[in-house]
Design a protein around this ligand. Structure first.
Ligand code: GDP
Length: 302
């Protein structure tokens, strides 16, 4: 909570300022609307929220700025906290008469959004929960990605399966990682992938092949889309493509520590019907948290 608040959200400051005025004029309401739009909450959700807030303020006869603020807080929590299953489904699969196979989690998203970092942090969380984890460096496109993942693996104390051949087939690395997870009786295999959005057909082929090939051992139970909160509306465009290409089951919203634009969470959840499950709050190993609507809103409101 403190870390989110530390983003020093200018939105929070502005909202507080508007809401500290004695009675809200039309101009004040317009300002509120502008502030919510700046936070990337989106036009539709912003209108709905303000309609509902104005009605409640009127019906309840609320005047105190602090009471209006509390109502706004409630409305925001309801908006971002839409009733969705936010748990990660990572139970190992028990095949009758067969070997126990690990749960597979694919991490997808545009390069630079924080995929590799998120895989590293998530491995740390899972290890702390007592799970055995294997990492797969299937981002074979970016030369440094496998090194970066291997460094995370070493830091967390888990094995990283990679290829030393430049431009190796990502699906083959992903398969090797999942097979290693099975052979080692690991609980979870986390597979990092490359995300070249400029070539949708290529991306579709690549992710499709990774899913097909890993499914020979264990079908992914989670496909986590990593979105950079600072990119705002771009994030929504990316989300649409990946949802279409990869069957996303959850979102990790990164870099919330550096932005007041986290409102994109509302639009992404609505449009894709996929919940934000994790938030990234910094570059360090502990900077990953489950999404919590109340904490999130308190972060926005400062
Ligand atoms: P990838 O290309 O998608 O694998 O992205 P990386 O994991 O390499 O991350 C790109 C940059 O974003 C790196 O400098 C990370 O340290 C940084 N990063 C990742 N997640 C976060 C976050 O939650 N907060 C901040 N401030 N930086 C992050």
């Amino acid at each position: 909570r403190d870390r989110l608040a530390r983003s020093g959200s200018p939105l929070g400051a502005r909202l507080l300022e508007v809401l500290s005025r004695d009675s809200l004029t039309e101009d004040d309401w317009d300002e509120l609307e502008e502030d919510l739009l700046l936070a990337d909450i989106g036009a539709g959700p912003t209108t709905e929220l303000l309609d509902s807030l104005r009605t409640r303020v009127r019906v309840l006869g609320v005047r105190e700025p602090s009471a209006v603020r509390e109502l706004l807080r409630e409305e925001l929590v309801a908006l971002v906290g839409a009733d969705m299953d936010r748990s990660l489904h990572l139970d190992p699969v028990l095949v009758e008469d067969g070997p126990r196979v690990p749960a597979v989690l694919l991490v997808v998203g545009v390069n630079g959004t924080g995929k590799t970092t998120t895989v590293g942090k998530l491995a740390r969380v899972l290890v702390a929960e007592g799970k055995s984890v294997v990492l797969g460096a299937a981002d074979t496109f970016r030369a440094a990605a496998a090194d970066q993942l291997t460094t995370w693996g070493a830091r967390v104390g888990v094995e990283t399966v990679r290829s030393d051949k430049a431009g190796a087939d990502p699906a083959s690395v992903a398969f090797d990682a999942v097979a290693r997870g099975r052979d080692d009786k690991a609980d979870v295999v986390l597979v990092d992938t490359a995300g070249r959005l400029q070539n949708k057909a290529g991306l579709m082929d690549e992710l499709g092949k990774i899913v097909r090939v890993t499914s020979k051992v264990a079908a992914p139970s989670e496909v986590l889309l990593v979105l950079d909160a600072t990119t705002g509306q771009n994030g929504l465009t990316q989300a649409r493509v990946f949802a279409e290409v990869a069957g996303v089951t959850g979102i990790a919203l990164t870099k919330l520590d550096g932005t007041a634009k986290g409102g994109i969470v509302v639009q992404v959840q609505r449009e894709l019907g996929v919940p934000v499950k994790l938030v990234g709050l910094g570059e360090g190993p502990d900077d990953l948290a489950p999404f919590d609507a109340a904490d999130f809103v308190d972060g926005i409101l400062g």
